[in-house]
Structure formats: C-alpha cells, structure tokens
Design a protein around this ligand. Structure first.
Ligand SMILES: Nc1nc2c(ncn2[C@@H]2O[C@H](COP(=O)(O)OP(=O)(O)OP(=O)(O)O)[C@@H](O)[C@H]2O)c(=O)[nH]1
Ligand SMILES: [Mg+2]
Ligand SMILES: [Zn+2]
Length: 367
C-alpha cells in the first residue's frame, strides 16, 4: 500500500506516527490496509482507502468494537486486515479531535478529525443566537475551528442585521450565503482547502446538504455523491429530517465534507472550557469584580451586574451562560462513565490543537 495515496483523504504525519515499524511493513505489503470511515449505517461500516476514487469499501467490525458508536465515528482512521475479500477493522487510530455531544445520557461521537465546523443557520425564523452559542461551546470544547454560516440570505432584506448579531458572538469566522445565489458561496472559499475536513451541523432544514451539494461543481457531480435534500417548500423553517446518517464525501477540489442529520436539541457534554471560551467577555468582566469569589448576585462593585445594568452585557447572553453551565454540570453527572473517557481524550487533543494553532500563527507571521 502506498500510504501517500491517502493524503487526499486528510492523512498526515500525525496518523503516520501512530503506526509502528511492524505495522508499517505490513501496510507496505498490503497485508494491512488503512481506511477513513465514510459512513456508518447501523451495522454496515464503509470506508475510503487508497482506491478512494473508485468509491467506498465495506468494512467488517469485530465484536470488540461494538457498539460502534462508542469506539469510532465518521472521519476516524482505522487499520484493517485483509481476510479473503473483506477488510476487518483491527485498530482505530487516535483522532486529532472528535465532535461529541450528549444523547440519551450517553456520549455520542458525531465526527472525527475535523479542520472546520460549519455551524449552519438560516436567515429566517430558525435563527437563534442562543442556539449558536451552544454550538460554539461544542466547537471550542472539541477544539475545532468554528465557522458560522448564515444560509438562505435570499429570504431576507436585512442580511446585515443577522450578521451583526453573529458578530456579537465570540467567533472569528462567519459568512452569509445562499444556495440560490452561487456568487455568495465564494465567501466560504477561504475554508475550502483540499484535504481539509469540514463537518456541517445545525438544525434540520437550514440547508446543510444543499450547501454540500452546491459546493460541488455540477459538471463533476456523481449521482452517488449528491446528498438528498428536501424539495423547496414555501415554509421550511421547521424542516423535517432529510439526512438520516452522517456521511463523508470528497468534492472535486479535494475538500472533504461530513454532512450530518439536523439536531433537534444540542446537549453539551462536560463542556465547561468550551462554554468559557464562548462567553469569554463574561469571564473577562468577572475577573474585574471586587471579590474574587463574587457570585454576581448582590455584591458591591460587581462588574457583571454593572455591565448588565448599563446594557453592555445583554441579558440573554448572561442568562444563556448560566443556563449552559448549570445544564453542563447536570449532564456531566448523568454521563459519569463518559467523563473519564473524555478527560483522557481532552488532554491529548488539546495538545494537538495548541500545536496546530502555533503552526497557523507561524504561517501567518511568515506571510
Ligand atoms: N430559499 C432558500 N432555500 C434553501 C437554501 N438552501 C436550502 N434551501 C432549502 O431548504 C430546505 C432544506 O434543505 P436541506 O439541505 O435538506 O437541509 P438540511 O440542513 O440538510 O436538513 P436535514 O438533512 O433534515 O438536517 C430545502 O427545501 C432546500 O431546497 C437557500 O439558500 N435559500
Ligand atoms: Mg441534510
Ligand atoms: Zn461579580
């Protein structure tokens, strides 16, 4: 196996250094093969490997990796062994990051090894700033760079009004687009880097799959790559779920997308640090309070109370911060088992994220 053929799928040195000499030799001789998980439909697991232009390959998953959702997700890399015509998963490589949430009191992996998280919302009644704060907290907690994508700008006369609200959030990347206005999509081009993996998240009906489709050029779109989207409806604010499972696809520019089903209600999992980053304006204010243990309720010279009074700190923002912290503490208790696992993953992925940021900064400085 020529490992360099995996590079278009996002393979890099980080994964290579997880293979020891013996494994590497077996990879060379094709005794072992590497795949990136591209879809999981109940018990059927699909992956893209060195022959990825020819399509997905079905992978066998032994008992020790069941239930699958506890061990890996779309976007993960696995080492497999060839058994007759099949490929059996032997090992899951450590991910550089994993997007996760709480679902049915359990940790649920949503996607792995991401470069960007497109948090998609639409310029209609779906738009909800508190929900965006929740998604941001998840992105920051999982150390994935968020991009807020305001879709369906064709439906409003007040795009700036929406964008201004997004600008008030703790986020660097935002774009206003419409699938119906192809020119508007160029505001995303900065993120559409070949070999980069972008996961799409957001409520059902905001246009995640439509965007993935629009970011393919029509000429080269293969039928199998096209994501199903619902018909244009008069009122799709309450869109029903069209996408039902997560899927990794690669466009002709070489950008990898993970489309996901809409989330009705995103629950965070042990996301205290992500929440702090999302509400860093409040954290900064609180540091200026007279008492270090200020509860921001009645204390004199409380900067939070003063900012609320003067209107500098919007009430909804402060309330959402408290709500998310409370909810997070509750969720952490209800998913105790997941907690230990998470702590382990966090120390590891944080190191990777810091290195990436350093690398990015260096690149920026060298420009
Ligand atoms: N007016 C308008 N409609 C859009 C736009 N983008 C998508 N739509 C429509 O919005 C509806 C939902 O689009 P989808 O792409 O299926 O939404 P989704 O986010 O993938 O939804 P789920 O798969 O259910 O999570 C469809 O009727 C699309 O045609 C847009 O930019 N403008
Ligand atoms: Mg969809
Ligand atoms: Zn205070």
């Amino acid at each position: 196996m020529n490992i360099s053929t995996l590079q278009p799928l996002g393979w890099n040195h980080f994964f290579l250094q997880q293979t020891d000499t013996q494994t590497f030799e077996k990879l060379q001789s094709n005794e072992l093969l590497i795949f990136r998980i591209s879809a999981i439909h109940r018990s059927v697991i699909k992956g893209l490997g060195s022959n990825w232009p020819e399509g997905e390959v079905e992978l066998l998953c032994p008992e020790c990796f069941q239930p699958v959702s506890d061990f890996f997700c779309v976007g993960d890399w696995v080492i497999t062994e060839r058994t007759n015509e099949h490929f059996r998963i032997l090992k899951v490589l450590e991910a550089k990051n994993q997007l996760e949430r709480l679902s049915n009191h359990k940790r649920q992996l949503m996607a792995a090894n991401l470069d960007y998280l497109f948090i998609v919302t639409s310029a209609n009644s779906d738009f909800n700033i508190k929900r965006l704060e929740r998604y941001l907290a998840m992105a920051y907690e999982c150390q994935i760079e968020p991009v807020i994508v305001l879709n369906k700008i064709d439906l409003t006369d007040d795009v700036d009004g929406f964008l201004d609200q997004i600008r008030s959030l703790s986020v660097h990347n935002l774009a206003g687009v419409s699938v119906l206005k192809p020119d508007s999509l160029s505001s995303l081009s900065h993120f559409l880097i070949p070999t980069a993996t972008i996961a799409m998240v957001g409520s059902s009906g905001v246009g995640k799959s439509s965007l993935v489709n629009a970011l393919f050029t029509h000429a080269q779109k293969k039928q199998s790559d096209i994501q199903s989207v619902s018909e244009i409806r008069e009122d799709d604010d309450k869109g029903k779920h069209t996408t039902t499972s997560r899927q990794l696809i690669i466009n002709e520019q070489g950008v990898l997308f993970i489309d996901t089903p809409g989330i009705r209600e995103l629950k965070l999992l042990n996301a205290q640090e992500g929440i702090e980053q999302t509400f860093d304006d409040i954290i900064r204010l609180a540091k200026e309070c007279k008492f270090t243990n200020c509860t921001h309720q009645t204390e004199p010279s409380c900067q939070v109370l003063q900012a609320l009074e003067s209107g500098i700190l919007p009430l909804y923002h402060w309330q959402n911060y408290q709500k998310l912290l409370k909810e997070d503490a509750y969720n952490a208790r209800s998913a105790q088992g997941a907690y230990a696992q998470k702590q382990h993953q966090k120390t590891f992925s944080k190191k990777v994220f810091r290195e990436q940021m350093k690398h990015r900064e260096n690149k920026g400085n060298n420009k």
